[in-house]
Design a protein around this ligand. Structure first.
Ligand code: XIL
Length: 471
């Protein structure tokens, strides 16, 4: 870290010297990267790589300078790692792990159990042999990579879009219990790996994510060691769901990590410059959503650039889905992601990356002018409420209570970033241990889920430490 800073400082001195007395010289690019900015926020920024990518020096240059997490695109899947019963092949996965380690990238293991890229021998097994085959596969692979992966996608894509479980070889042989069994088996092999269920079309609130939510509640109730939910996030331009943030919050509120695991945003080709601007906005939304959720551990893009993306090969007529173009030049989505992370890129600002505006000084409690903005996302019997409290005063707030009135018939069932009492009527939300301080100009985001009996209106009459807030 120090060496990197020193090198950056020397580079600035050197470029200043080279510039001589020219007044208006700017560094060619900002001294930021996705990974440095994400790390500054306690998150990672990842990419997917396949083995053949490692011989493309342009791609490798971008991958190693921008990303600090790597997901093997194919090399840890069952068809590669156990192409025939009991014969294992970890060579391709090992090559990617070695590359990641050589470049200080962590690894998301992907994946142990999936209906796709599954060799035919598994589906042809008599059903009373599938469980043993699955457990052997998980144990062998997770043991091989023990201590080398940050996380495993233990079961990939278990759901149909209507929220029913996919009738694959595992479900057909074992019923829904295969999921708990797979997670427990992975945990026994590598107790320190974060264990995920990963799926697509669960980014917003819908039948499929509701089913995932119910499944996870039941797994947690059974004591199954699940750590997180992966939202693949293979988006279509302009279609990032408006409920994505609330959806991430509700999984986080269960005590799970969430991760954006396979981000891309496909465009019908040819992509216009307006399309690329929309894509920038989509990326910014996704990155901001992750930043807004404490338990969102990071964002991974599926591939490095448009030239290596899986999209054109799978979705005919679509492409241009990543932050880098065919020549690995950054697109507007890259700049938007950097900006969402609080950095600046390729533009007028040549200053160092912004530092978080936190302050340890405070005026010792008290009120302060406040502004509250809130959004409510409701379904037939429930709602998710997200509240942002802005300190618009000039004094720091140190410890706070936010009082508001719930609409009649609403009852809070769970909340995040504050404690809520009582659960209906006039509610007091009290700061959590980690968000009691709100600097002048600073803000805190909290939220809750509630049931309702027909009135899904947002709460009313907010006051902070006894002072009414504007909205
Ligand atoms: C894709 C790979 O990128 C392709 O190379 C392969 O042909 C098919 O799989 N969801 C997942 C990933 O979880 O494993 C998929 O990866 C993309 C969709």
């Amino acid at each position: 870290m120090h060496n990197r800073r020193l090198a950056a400082a020397l580079a600035v001195v050197a470029s200043a010297a080279l510039a001589g007395s020219l007044a208006l010289v700017r560094p060619a690019a900002a001294d930021t990267s996705l990974k440095q900015l994400a790390e500054g926020k306690g998150k990672y920024f990842g990419t997917a790589l396949v083995q053949s990518n490692l011989s493309n020096s342009t791609l490798v240059g971008v991958a190693t300078s921008q990303f600090d997490m790597m997901t093997p695109g194919n090399e840890m899947k069952w068809d590669t790692t156990e192409p025939s019963n009991g014969s294992f092949n970890f060579g391709p996965g090992d090559a990617l792990v070695a590359f990641a380690q050589a470049h200080s990238m962590r690894v998301r293991g992907h994946n142990l159990v999936w209906h796709s890229q599954l060799p035919g021998w598994v589906s042809s097994l008599p059903s009373n042999q599938v469980q043993a085959a699955m457990e052997t596969h998980i144990t062998t692979e997770a043991t091989h990579y023990k201590g080398e992966v940050y996380s495993w996608d233990v079961v990939n894509e278990p759901f149909n879009d209507d929220g029913t479980l996919r009738q694959d070889a595992f479900y057909n042989a074992m019923g829904s219990g295969y999921i708990a069994d797979a997670i427990r088996t992975a945990h026994a092999a590598d107790p320190n790996a974060k264990l995920y269920l990963n799926d697509y079309n669960i980014e917003g609130e819908n039948a499929k994510s509701n089913a995932m939510y119910s499944l996870v509640q039941s797994l947690l109730a059974q004591g199954v060691p699940i750590s997180g939910i992966g939202l693949e996030s293979h988006f279509i331009l302009g279609q990032v769901p408006s409920t994505m943030l609330a959806n991430m919050q509700r999984f986080a509120a269960l005590g799970l990590d969430v991760a954006v695991t396979e981000l891309d945003d496909r465009i019908q080709l040819p992509a216009s410059s307006a399309n690329l601007q929309q894509q920038a906005s989509d990326y910014s939304t996704v990155v901001s959503n992750c930043l807004a959720v404490t338990r969102c551990v990071g964002v991974s893009q599926w591939g490095v650039g448009d030239a290596d993306s899986w999209i054109p090969g799978t979705f005919s007529g679509y492409g241009a889905a990543t932050m880098y173009d065919q020549n690995y030049q950054p697109k507007p989505a890259y700049t938007a992601s950097v900006n969402a992370l609080g950095g600046s890129s390729g533009g007028s600002s040549s200053s160092s990356p912004s530092t978080p505006t936190s302050s340890s000084s405070s005026s010792g409690g008290g009120g302060g002018a406040c502004k509250v903005s809130d959004t409510v996302d409701a379904w037939n019997t429930g709602l998710t409420e997200n509240i942002t409290i802005d300190n618009t005063g000039s004094a720091a707030v140190s410890g706070w209570s936010l009082v508001f009135t719930l609409a009649s018939g609403q009852t809070i069932t769970n909340g995040w970033n504050a404690s809520y009492s009582p659960s209906s009527g006039q509610v007091t939300a009290t700061n959590a241990s980690y968000d009691g301080a709100i600097a002048p100009g600073g803000s805190v985001s909290i939220g809750f889920q509630a049931t309702h009996t027909g009135n899904a209106a947002a709460p009313a009459s907010f006051s902070l430490n006894g002072q009414a807030c504007s909205s």
